[in-house]
Design a protein around this ligand. Structure first.
Ligand code: DX5
Ligand code: ZN
Length: 224
């Protein structure tokens, strides 16, 4: 299983976003995590599909769109047009979770559900066939730079067990992404608990040497 590092451009310099995307991919990142906030589902406001479309020509790496918006369905279509490769949303923000997942899958894109720290993994059980990824929030959504919530490790183990059982009967592996407070010093613990895709915003973009942080993260992952 190859680990993937997904820098969140929420912590990048918004005045130089195209350059930031190019630089962080050149520094060794696997994909770009794109945090969409609406000041409704979460108490913050970021960027929408037009910014995603503007960034699309700056990289061939996958763009991983994390929707923190309510409702989600119209924006799913807009982000598919804008060039998103992976689209995840919070089940609380969709009236019809199965339908929203189908909008993503029917367009040939990868789909995922995002679980807040207090959201039960039971919400996954009836839609496993439509999931490519599960994103576990290790902070409450809305802001970069928050502290990792330790209970996430136990939830990662429970989620990995559920998805492993599904893989046994379906032959299909569903990835687990973890988002919030991921640093060089806790990435290995998250990996050991079951995560394979790691969002990191402030840990990378607040540093001067993006390649150095990403290399240090990979060195930690190599020990797992
Ligand atoms: C929070 C976002 C995260 C955030 C991560 O709502 O979903 O992607 O940017 O930032 P750090 O790594 O700084 O916690
Ligand atoms: Zn995110």
């Amino acid at each position: 299983m190859k680990y993937r590092i997904a820098p969140s451009i929420l912590s990048a310099d918004f005045a130089r976003l195209g350059e930031e995307v190019r630089n962080v991919i050149a520094a060794g990142a696997d994909m770009i995590h794109f945090d969409v906030m609406d000041n409704h589902y979460v108490p913050n406001l970021t960027f929408g599909p037009m910014i995603c479309a503007a960034l699309r020509p700056h990289t061939s790496a996958p763009i991983d769109v994390h929707l923190m918006i309510e409702p989600v369905d119209d924006m799913i279509g807009a982000f598919i047009k804008a060039g998103a490769d992976i689209i995840t949303f919070h089940p609380e923000a969709s009236r019809h979770v199965d339908r929203s997942l189908s909008l993503i899958k029917d367009a040939g894109k990868q789909a995922g559900l995002v679980l807040n720290p207090a959201t039960s993994i039971a919400v996954l059980e009836n839609v496993l066939d439509k999931l490519d990824m599960v994103l576990l929030m290790s902070v409450n959504p809305g802001f970069g730079g928050q502290k990792f919530i330790p209970h996430t490790l136990e939830k990662l183990r429970q989620t990995r067990a559920l998805l492993d059982a599904y893989e046994q009967q379906s032959g299909r592996r569903i990835r687990i992404e973890v988002d919030g407070g991921i640093k060089v010093d806790n990435i290995a613990a998250a990996a050991a608990a079951g995560a394979d895709t790691f969002v990191a915003g402030s840990a990378i973009f607040d540093a001067d040497d993006y390649a150095g942080v990403i290399a240090a993260m990979r060195a930690e992952l190599a020990k797992v």
